[in-house]
Write a protein that binds this ligand. Structure first.
Ligand code: ADP
Ligand code: MG
Length: 640
């Protein structure tokens, strides 16, 4: 529960409401009164006789103004049997201080505590802002065309198949295909990059982008709840639910810690009396100071905040992290595994050679191939379709079957067509004629179970693949590539990128096995990251400790199976994510060590009477503020 209102905390442990003005007001009034009362001492006004009572009433008033909600919460928690939180610590410490006549100190303890809270709420707001910048992509309306009229409706009221109009400066509210118009859109909401993207008729328009300079008509292909925008927002909003181990540790820790310090304070007040037997007030006072020092606010605040800031810093760069636990796991990564096609390579194949067997010509071969590939999403299929000039009569395609990681079988013009890699040919017992003139990726074609030729397709390595691998190696990790392609093509990519190991000829399930083997080879605690483009690698994405999917914002399966989504297909974001995760963990650890260290030091000093009530307050607020500032450094991380 929020210490300032009736509302429950959200998943980040912070109240959704903005209490800053109210708290500032309370602090100001209380401090003002405190100063007035200290300057105009009651002796002068009320005379000697009543001064004690007046003084008490005056400071009690200040105390109530600033501390009412904290004391109330302490009582509420006791009633609901969750005593012993920081509200409770602060309350008994300050009420006790009143008891021994330290009125101004008691008030100031609460004032400082409230200042600490204030500071914390600023920090949370700051890091939440960077996440809500991303939320800006949430569209408020869509202009839908109905009966020749343009109506302004909520995006969720638009059905698939309807046409929407997006004017310059407006957000694209729903995913769809451009049917009219030509212009550029700003994808920075999604990707963190402010490079405009060109859109023309037939192109896919992704929701959340901002239309820059033209009127676009878009045919909606997905309902709002399945749109890219909705998926991403959902993912970011859920991010904090998956708590990191370190965070859970803190919650558990706080549960044990508070009873321990309360008991210690009690013993500190009572035990010396039994042995030393004198000056009960001295020890009572020390016990109270001990309690003020022990308040674990800094720790409880700064750890979740550190993670939260990390998630925020990442999303600012177009790296969507599904939870603080992912950042923690990523920071321990020792092996980075990549899929080849579409991940390390551009995934844009083009046909570079067509080699027909005897009895068939090039055009025929390409025609059968293109018909068979018509419904496939595989990059290889796109290449074949692009190379075939002519219409595809879909009524001539029957009995279609796609084998993930192998190829496709279909009946085309009543002839059976098999197209794919060498493995699928072996599977169907088709004898392939060896051909040394083809390199890279080769698709073999069989007609009526007879070898009919091959098609060489070529893809190119992403320009920053080499730098990415190099940057990752700086973290001391091993890099591995898995591919369903043949070894020749795999080795070529290895030579171009400098990746450590390659495994070729793998079916999707063999990719899972390869990843499992690599995971087994690791020391406990080390983790493995798999990066894929989401086309037939969802199983591996979810099997790896961390699955990163790239680029394919349209692919729901990939977004769901992965822990981190990179919103554009920029490989450089992977070392960047690694850097953010390492830095987050470093900051969180610094906070823990610093907060615990100062705590222990001051507790010991307090027990020996070397700290005053003022010192105790400064220690706690000071540590909280420094920890919060330290967490905020996360938001100013530099690019790699
Ligand atoms: P990668 O591991 O490189 O991402 P895939 O596992 O997607 O590759 O596919 C492995 C191989 O299977 C491809 O190189 C290609 O030869 C073949 N293949 C897969 N799908 C198809 C298809 N639809 N048409 C032709 N060949 C395919
Ligand atoms: Mg693939």
């Amino acid at each position: 529960m929020c210490s300032h209102c009736e509302h429950n905390h959200n998943e980040h442990g912070h109240c959704e409401h903005n209490h800053s003005p109210k708290i500032i007001f309370k602090i100001a009034i209380s401090v003002l009164l405190l100063i007035i009362f200290m300057v105009f001492s009651p002796e002068k006004i009320a005379g000697e006789k009543f001064s004690g009572a007046v003084k008490f009433l005056e400071f009690a008033l200040c105390y109530i103004i600033v501390a009412k909600d904290i004391v109330q919460n302490a009582f509420k928690n006791i009633l609901s049997k969750q005593l012993l939180d920081e509200n409770f610590l602060m309350t008994i410490a300050t009420v006790g201080a009143f008891g021994i006549g330290e009125y101004p100190e008691a008030v100031m303890v609460m004032v400082f505590y409230q200042i600490g809270e204030l500071f914390n709420s600023f920090a949370v707001k700051k890091s939440r802002n960077s996440i809500s910048e991303l939320m800006k992509m949430n569209p408020e309306y869509a202009n839908v065309v109905r009966d020749n009229l343009i109506l302004k409706v909520h995006p969720s009221d638009v059905k698939t198949g309807e046409i929407i109009v997006v004017r310059p400066g407006e957000k694209i509210p729903l995913d769809g295909i451009v049917t009219e118009g030509f212009g550029s859109v700003d994808t920075s909401n999604l990707t963190g990059e402010s490079i405009p993207k060109e859109l023309a008729v037939g192109n896919e328009a992704v929701s959340g982008c901002i239309n820059l300079n033209s009127v676009l008509k878009i045919k909606v292909t997905k309902e709002f709840k399945n749109s890219t925008v909705a998926k991403i927002l959902e993912m970011v909003e859920n991010a904090a639910n998956k708590k990191a181990k370190t965070e859970k540790f803190i919650t558990k820790f706080a549960k044990v810690y508070t009873p321990v310090v309360v008991t210690a304070a009690f013993l500190l007040a009572v035990l010396p009396l039994l042995f030393v037997g004198r000056e009960p007030l001295v020890w009572f006072r020390r016990a109270l100071i001990f309690l003020v020092i022990s308040c674990p606010c800094a720790l409880v605040i700064s750890v979740p905040l550190g993670f939260f800031a990390g998630v925020g810093a990442a999303s600012k760069k177009g790296i969507l992290v599904k939870g603080s636990s992912c950042l923690e796991t990523l920071s321990k990564a020792k092996i980075f595994v990549f899929d080849k096609t579409g991940t390390l390579t551009k995934g844009k194949f083009s046909v570079s050679k067509t080699v027909p067997a005897s009895g068939i010509n090039k055009d025929e071969l390409l025609k059968y191939a293109a018909y068979a590939e018509n419904y496939s999403n595989h990059p290889a299929a796109q290449a074949v379709k692009a190379a075939y000039i002519g219409e595809i009569d879909t009524s001539k395609i029957e009995d279609l079957k796609e084998y993930a990681g192998l190829g496709v079988c279909a009946k085309v013009f009543s002839k059976s067509v098999i197209i794919g890699n060498l493995k699928i040919m072996e599977e169907f017992n088709i004898k392939v004629e060896a051909n040394n003139n083809v390199s890279g990726t080769v698709l073999y074609v069989a007609l009526n179970n007879q070898y009919a030729g091959c098609i060489e397709i070529s893809d190119s390595v992403k320009t920053n693949a080499k730098d990415t691998i190099l940057n990752l190696k700086k973290f001391g990790v091993k890099t591995v590539m898995l591919t369903g392609d043949r070894e020749f093509a795999a080795r070529e990519i290895q030579a171009q990128t400098g990746i450590d190991e390659v495994y070729s000829n793998l079916l999707p399930n063999e990719k899972v096995e390869a990843v499992e083997k690599l995971m087994l080879s690791q020391k406990t605690g080390d983790t493995l990251v798999f990066t894929g483009d989401g086309i037939n690698d969802a199983p591996v994405l979810s099997r790896a400790d961390i699955g990163i999917s790239m680029g394919k914002l349209g692919s729901d399966a990939a977004i769901e199976a992965s822990d981190i989504v990179i919103t554009d297909d920029n490989l450089a974001k992977i070392p960047e994510a690694m850097k953010i995760s390492k830095k987050t963990l470093k900051i969180v650890k610094q906070n823990i060590v610093f907060a615990l260290g100062t705590k222990v030091l001051f507790l010991v000093l307090g027990a020996f009477g070397a700290v005053t009530m003022w010192g105790a307050v400064f220690a706690d607020v000071g540590v909280s503020i420094l920890a919060v500032l330290n967490s905020l450094r996360m938001l100013y991380i530099k690019r790699m």
